[in-house]
Write a protein that binds this ligand. Structure first.
Ligand SMILES: [Cu+2]
Length: 132
């Protein structure tokens, strides 16, 4: 059985550092009393949690993006003007949280990602799903 343990450990290590093998985690935003749809997400090295965010069109959205990585720069980019979303936000290097606001205008699925170095290819991607 020893020969099985090594690939399992390698897979576990890969899972810690890459978003490529992680399952999609979807969260649906609910509007608060002030009518703003709020979602908190966390930037890890190298994935976003959650990775799929469902929001309603034509309702303001505020994403609180927390950087869980010490001293690893990350940012949050969603460049989808066709959906009313145009966001490019550097995140704090020191566990800080930055807020991102937009009002999605059109239903659709819009990718977001981290634009630092090759983080996107390592799995720092996600999807904003705008529903009617
Ligand atoms: Cu990053």
């Amino acid at each position: 059985m020893r020969f099985l343990a090594i690939p399992t450990a390698a897979l576990a290590l890969a899972g810690c550092s890459s978003g490529l093998v992680r399952p999609v985690h979807e969260v649906t935003a609910r509007a608060g009393a002030d009518g703003v749809q709020r979602v908190t997400l966390t930037a890890h090295s190298f994935y976003f949690e959650p990775s799929r965010i469902v929001v309603r069109a034509r309702v303001p959205v505020e994403l609180a993006v927390h950087n869980a990585a010490w001293l690893t720069p990350h940012d949050f980019i969603c460049d989808a003007p066709e959906g009313g979303i145009r966001v490019r936000k550097p995140l704090s290097w020191l566990h800080g949280t930055r807020r991102v606001r937009f009002i999605p205008t059109r239903p659709g699925e819009y990718p977001f990602y981290c634009g630092v170095d090759a983080h996107m290819r390592k799995g720092m991607t996600g999807t904003i799903v705008v529903v009617p």
